[in-house]
Design a protein around this ligand. Structure first.
Ligand code: MCA
Ligand code: AMP
Length: 483
């Protein structure tokens, strides 16, 4: 196919491409470093990338894409169980990491290449890939069981980024700032590969804080990407931070995604800055589906209209498509288009279940459509999926982890509303010994160490039994009555 990053050869070499803190690379330097690494890894199987928020991750992923090798970005805070699962499922041939990064035990058995961002000998290879070749395998939680690896083809990356360029008038003149993790679609594909495909640049903050956002937007950055938790923290800071308000007011585009941005935060930001945040809606499996357009009406509470090339419909429970765009009829969002993933790795059952016979992907998100086509997400089919800080977390995987703790006899996990995180992971447990229940911090650390810190329960409730129906199934709605 045509190259994913034409700017690596077609842009003046001295133009800035990437910046992480005080380290950065121009297009010329990126082409050389990624080209050198691509030469070393060409022809290997899938490769894992230790996806710290650092220059090496960006160079490693670009190199994999140049070499036509699928990259599997790993959350560097993954616990042993999660990491073990991802490694055995994706079977990478080697791992890319930054020099000096210490890798946990399951990764030490793999061949390792340290990413040299200052390599001076490489050249950008000619693209010999096909549209359907896998670009990335990104792990995403389901309601039960361990995370599934969504295989994302090169075509999906190219088309989604070009559709966003159209919707957002995103050009090589844009300078993006963000602090998103680099092991998910939002931070990696949109936040790193997006600017590189355009020939523009990105400045990554390493970790999110409002000072960093204000600093970068006041010194040349034009766009901000974030999850709602980040915009919530911005909204909280604005009344006492005129520098931040001025910086946001000067931005070309403020984009939120990965979860719903509450209307209250939309309004607070608009009041303090005169700028409206626009929302886009996507999923690991589909990349981006809809967005409020830069030239459209930025209506709070909606995720805008389908992106070019994306077919979107709402269907009733029995699969009948809804024809009314009345802002009231609720249906499941189904999508079709070149933006879709190919399959869940090693999971033909899950892949088959995710699609209708005629190729529509079932998102599980419930929505209405306004008369002018704007989509409003109103909920989710599965109550066992939790969105916390923009991370998708399956209740089942946390329940399993909790049940592996010797002091837990029964466990249920729910997502409860949280002003900062959107939803908070809440555990409801029946201790093995009611006289000495495990401490909440102990259970949080247990889950953080096995899965990932963002999956840890933030609140733990102790019960003598879990409410169950006649079939023995836990009635999660009844749990809240115990709160
Ligand atoms: C706390 N920590 C712990 C424990 N407690 N570590 C181990 N054991 C414990 N018991 C540590 C954490 O590791 C972390 O370390 C620090 O404490 C704070 O963690 P946490 O409380 O989880 O962070 P936060 O401040 O609440 O984070 C908020 C956040 C984050 C920055 C907004 O949630 C975030 O980055 N979200 C982005 C999610 C995202 O990108 N989603 C995209 C997927 P340390 O201090 O070292 O960090 S969705 C997607 O891709 C689709 C396609 C889409 O539509 O976008
Ligand atoms: P993930 O599977 O982690 O990629 O998360 C995808 C899910 O995030 C979607 O299925 C939606 O439920 C949710 N999501 C993403 N963007 C938005 C948005 N702008 N508004 C509401 N929900 C969103």
């Amino acid at each position: 196919m045509s190259p994913l990053f034409p700017a690596l050869t077609g842009t003046p070499a001295e133009r800035p491409a990437l910046r992480f803190g005080d380290r950065g690379l121009t297009y010329g330097e990126l082409g050389t470093a990624a080209g050198a690494l691509a030469e070393r890894i060409r022809g290997t199987g899938r490769i894992a990338v230790w996806a710290t928020p650092a220059l090496e991750t960006a160079v490693g992923v670009v190199a994999a894409l140049l070499a036509g090798v699928a990259a599997v970005p790993l959350n560097p805070k993954s616990g042993e169980k999660e990491l073990g699962h991802i490694l055995s499922d994706s079977a990478p041939s080697l791992v890319l990491a930054a020099p000096g990064d210490e890798l946990p035990s399951p990764l030490r058995d793999l061949d390792r290449i340290d990413v040299d961002v200052l390599a001076t000998t490489g050249t950008v290879p000619e693209d010999q890939t096909q549209d359907d070749d896998p670009a990335l395998v990104v792990y995403t939680s389901g309601t039960t069981g361990p995370p599934k690896g969504a295989v994302i083809p090169r075509r999906a990356v190219a088309t989604t980024l070009d559709a966003l360029a159209d919707a957002w008038q995103w050009t090589e003149d844009d300078v993006l700032v963000h602090a998103l993790p680099l092991f998910h679609v939002h931070g990696l594909i949109l936040g790193i590969l997006g600017p590189l495909r355009r020939g523009g640049s990105v400045r990554h903050l390493g970790r999110f804080d409002t000072e960093g956002v204000a600093r970068e937007l006041s010194s040349g950055a034009t766009m901000l990407f974030g999850v709602p938790t980040m915009y919530h923290r911005i909204a909280e800071a604005l009344p006492t931070d005129p520098t931040l308000a001025k910086a946001l007011a000067g931005a070309r585009l403020l984009v939120s995604g990965s979860a719903a941005l509450p209307v209250h935060d939309h309004e607070r930001i608009a009041t303090a800055t005169g700028r409206r945040v626009i929302e886009r809606y996507g999923m690991t499996e589909t990349l981006m589906n809809t967005s409020v357009r830069a030239d459209g009406e930025p209506r709070a509470g909606t995720v805008g209209v389908p992106l070019p090339g994306v077919e979107l419909r709402l269907v009733e429970d029995d699969g009948t498509p809804l024809t009314a765009h009345d802002g009231e009829s609720v249906g499941e969002i189904q999508v079709r288009g070149p933006n879709l993933f190919t399959e869940y790795l090693n999971r033909p059952d899950a892949t088959a279940a995710a699609f209708t016979p005629d190729g529509w992907f079932r998102t599980g998100d419930m929505a209405v459509r306004d008369a002018d086509g704007y989509v409003r997400i109103v909920g989710r089919k599965a109550t066992d999926l939790i969105k916390s800080g923009g991370y998708k977390i399956g209740a089942g995987e946390i329940e399993n982890a909790l049940l592996e703790h010797p002091a837990v006899r029964e466990a249920a996990v729910t997502g409860e509303p949280d002003p900062d995180l959107g939803e908070r992971v809440v555990a409801w447990i029946v201790p093995a010994d009611p006289q000495s229940p495990p401490a909440a911090e102990e259970l949080a650390s247990h889950v953080a160490a096995r899965l990932a810190p963002h999956k840890r329960p933030r609140t733990v409730h102790y019960l003598t039994s879990l409410p169950r129906n006649d079939m023995g199934k836990i009635m999660k709605r009844a749990l809240r009555a115990h709160d």
